[in-house]
Design a protein around this ligand. Structure first.
Ligand code: 5GP
Ligand code: MG
Ligand code: MG
Length: 194
């Protein structure tokens, strides 16, 4: 295996500048939606729940653009093994520390693929008493959707980009825990998928 990461990438889909521009737009949209109108009582600030590990960079960039007193927490849901094919129903292996009862939650995900992870997590947050659950996913891969989830209550679905039906790596996305640290999102050369 060559050591330089860039040599593993066949094609960059979104570079650092495109990512940072889009993340700023999403952060502004969330700030506006949860900031309330100037002449009304603002809604209570949301809890941003990152889905580990894939969303760690996206969450870190997103929260720094949100000009509201938010809280931040993590859950971990595992569905993929070490390969590129989902193993089906995700398992929750790290639960929330923050009490989300009566709160607006924004679930921050790397990607919505089959939809089974977000759907499962929305039900989980509902059972913990969240008053709404929005989903903020950096990528949406609608071609592979199997579970048609609904945000809870007044929640919305925020998405960064629509992803073509490729297995992508970088900006938090891994293949067997590698490539998360690439600052852009790309597709690997075929020899690295083995
Ligand atoms: P789901 O199928 O439940 O919607 O997505 C499960 C998880 O699969 C995502 O959160 C993400 O971690 C992983 N996943 C889906 N598509 C891709 C992809 O193209 N690349 C990588 N690295 N992970 C993906
Ligand atoms: Mg994920
Ligand atoms: Mg993964």
């Amino acid at each position: 295996m060559a050591l330089k990461l860039r040599s593993h990438i066949e094609r960059v889909l979104w570079d650092q500048q495109q990512i940072s521009r889009r993340v700023s737009e999403l952060a502004s949209q969330i700030s506006a939606d949860f900031g309330g109108a100037a002449n009304s009582d603002p809604p209570p600030p949301p809890v941003l729940v990152g889905v580990a590990t894939g969303a760690f960079l996206f969450l870190a960039d997103l929260v720094r653009g949100i000009d509201l007193p938010i809280s931040i927490d993590f859950v971990r849901a595992q569905s993929y093994g070490s390969g590129t094919i989902s193993s089906g129903a995700p398992k929750l292996s790290l639960d929330l520390k923050v009490d989300v009862k009566g709160k607006h939650v924004i679930l921050v995900e790397d990607i919505v693929d089959t939809g089974s992870t977000v759907s499962c997590l929305i039900s989980h947050l509902e059972s913990k008493g969240a008053s709404s659950v929005s989903v903020c996913a950096f990528l949406d891969k609608p071609a592979r959707r199997k579970v048609h989830f609904q945000p809870l209550g007044q929640g919305k679905f925020y998405k960064g980009f629509e992803c073509p039906d490729y297995f992508v790596v970088g900006y938090g996305f891994d293949l067997a825990e590698l490539y998360r640290n690439l600052p852009y999102i790309g597709v690997l050369k075929p020899e690295y998928y083995k």
